[in-house]
Design a protein around this ligand. Sequence first.
Ligand code: MV4
Length: 502
Amino acid sequence: MFKKILIANRGEIAIRIARACHEMDISTIGVYSTVDANSRHLWHMDETVCIGEPAPQASYLNIKTIIEQARRTGAQAIHPGYGFLAENALFVKACEDAGIVFIGPSSKAMILVGDKVASRNTVKRVDVPIIPGMEASSTDLAAYRSMADQVGYPVIVKASMGGGGKGMRIVRSEKELEPSIAAGQREAQSAFGDATVYLEKYIQNPRHIEFQVIRDTHGNVVHLYERECSIQRRHQKIIEETPSPALDNVLRAKMGDAAKSVIKAADYTNAGTVEFLVDHNMKFYFLEVNARVQVEHPITEMVTGVDIVRHQILIAAGGELEFRQKDISQRGHAIESRIYAEDPDSNFMPSPGKILFLLEPSGPGIRVDSGIYQGWDVPPHYDPILSKLVTLAETREISIARMSKALENYIILGIKTNIGFLKRIVDTEKFITGEYDTHFIDDNEEALIPQHDKITQALVAASLVKTTRNAVFAVQSVAKSGQVRHAMTPWQELGHWEICSR
Ligand code: MV4
């Protein structure tokens, strides 16, 4: 086993990885940019190294510096976390060339799954359903025309090297086709440095369901069941749950087998996620493979009891999986809410700044993977994820109730967060019944947009200043009178306010 691992990331995921290392008696090297010198992830590391200026390109994305520091400190392996260099095949290759183990798939598997056209063809060969569409990219308009006619409008133009919705264009009629291809190519070129696009049938109102798979270098492959990821906004997932309320056990088993076939066909090792779209007729289609530990991995850990990060390290060191498919089952129901420093009142603009007060929820069935502390200044340079709140309970209903209350009890003062928005989601009828798809946020905008009821605000303000009764009681009284739909603590729901010292 490795003695030392460099963790090439920051925030909650760097801490999550450090915990696994420490349990395995592996020392950790943390890295930071100059603006992260006081960041919490460094508290959890045995050694720390500054790798450059705040701009990601100058630090967390600097391949040369990170490999140099791994060499200098004697790290035998690098864990990339998610984001930054996690799915960069050039980085994987640079690690391989430097004789440092990259904790993830080989550069060869990484290149294959990073290319959507190539992975569609790989997947097709093992009889896993793919979305009807082109088998090769083309620069010839006629090829797009004939495929669009064959599968029928609407169609979608996608970037082959893309992900996260960039370079994607929905095309509803033939006259939109040529401009959409051009726009997709331009966007793909600027986002990924590669203008290659292709065309597929557009699946309307799908669910997004992914399977966690793990495969060792000895040929053992196991899936750890699914995560329902349809609650997303602008291609950013915000709430995930497992089991999916949409799957029955027959479909679940079919998709789990398909996911394993995909991973084997790509000769992919380590932890990976196979994404599927599921349409209204419960037909599923392969979408893409994510070659990293995912933000939402904890819900899988909660219901299966498998420590995914520990197994990533074990597999990278040449070890064998400690379990087989028959050993794995789902027990209970887990939900994750992603806590962001952003302002739902102002189009979800990032809201960096100082955390003046912090109280994180805890209790039975509550896990908080947090990267923050009271007094810390959230920098503006990175993804504004602060932490992840995960609940586990014996049933979905109880897990939702647990999440709703835990969100209410998650107090972050000094910066804006999406906590109130998350609570409104889990309190929404269509979420509670499980009848939602990838359009849920757009379809329920009315109910999800902050109420900031004037009366509530006035009452809260008045009670804060004038009475001995607490403000929570005041808000809840208004809610019971039927004047507002969702009662929240004033910390989550009050509009614009700040703490001042006088
Ligand atoms: C699609 C699709 C419908 N039909 N492909 C969005 C991100 C990218 N990785 C793939 N995406 C989609 N591809 C076809 N042929 C709908 C989406 C999509 C989506 C997928 C997963 C989760 C959320 C989504 C939100 C909007 C669109």
